[in-house]
Ligand binder design. Structure first.
Ligand code: HEC
Length: 113
């Protein structure tokens, strides 16, 4: 039966493609901070901005401050959640300051500004 054979092939093809389709949708799996950074910030940043010797961010609070400064510079009006998400992304990627995962630290920073 020719139709039956085709149905099996179509189902096989779909099940082979499904994982590829899932991988091809990065905006679903990409963390918010990474997405925001790549959309708004990476244009004039090379990785060297965050690696350089004389970097401005010297600890987690300093990093939050720089992210806050830059989203203001770029006129983005991010809220504290966004600022923290981007700082967390940069911290996990480049800086590795302690206590970045602590949301109390971040909101304390927000409250004191
Ligand atoms: C117009 C170009 C430009 C854009 C857009 C930009 N930056 Fe920057 N950024 C720079 C330059 C140049 C520096 C280094 C000099 C300075 O800090 O003033 C820098 C430095 C920084 C630093 C400090 C790095 C360190 O440790 O010394 C952080 C953090 C940062 N940017 C975050 C951001 C974020 C977050 C955004 C997006 C909201 C952003 N930047 C958008 C040009 C840019």
């Amino acid at each position: 039966m020719i139709e039956q054979k085709w149905r099996v092939r179509v189902i096989a093809a779909i099940s082979l493609l499904a994982p590829a389709i899932a991988l091809a949708a990065p905006e679903k799996t990409q963390p918010r901070g990474e997405l925001l950074y790549q959309n708004h910030c990476i244009a004039c940043h090379t990785e060297q901005v965050h690696w350089r010797e004389q970097r401005l961010a010297k600890d987690w609070q300093g990093l939050l401050h720089q992210v806050r400064r830059w989203q203001t510079n770029t006129g983005l009006r991010w809220d504290d959640e966004d600022i923290r998400a981007v700082a967390q992304y940069l911290n996990s990627r480049y800086y590795r300051f302690p206590s970045s995962g602590d949301s109390r630290t971040a909101s304390k920073d927000a409250a004191s500004k």
